[in-house]
Design a protein around this ligand. Structure first.
Ligand code: ZN
Length: 113
């Protein structure tokens, strides 16, 4: 990870997420903000949210993919990184449900580092 402006490789800190769920970074040396790996904007938050809700209800990735007309591998990618995709204003009931899910608990634990 290096700053696109001053090319520094140190002091690059996480700086939230873009609307599409990509990790944004900030260079502490020159102050510039950038997105190293922009996400595909092809699907909106609503579809990803539905995929997550269905996953939490125990549906298989293939079935979710079929229901939402999304490639199941794409669904798998969302599930694997869905902490990034969760809208910040998620209803508390969903967050509670999500907290019971081991995968998400692991992801959130990593986020706390
Ligand atoms: Zn910089």
């Amino acid at each position: 990870m290096s700053c696109p402006k001053c090319f520094a490789k140190t002091k690059q800190i996480k700086h939230g997420y873009t609307a599409a769920g990509s990790q944004r970074m900030r260079c502490k040396l020159c102050g510039c903000r950038y997105t190293p790996n922009p996400q595909d904007q092809g699907y909106d938050e609503e579809v990803r949210y539905q995929a997550l809700a269905l996953h939490l209800e125990g549906l298989s990735l293939r079935l979710i993919g079929r229901l939402l007309a999304v490639n199941h591998q794409t669904v798998a990618n969302w599930i694997n990184s869905y902490a990034n995709y969760l809208p910040p204003d998620l209803p508390p009931s969903i967050l509670e449900m999500a907290a019971l899910d081991g995968d998400l608990a692991d992801i959130l634990a990593l986020e706390d580092e």
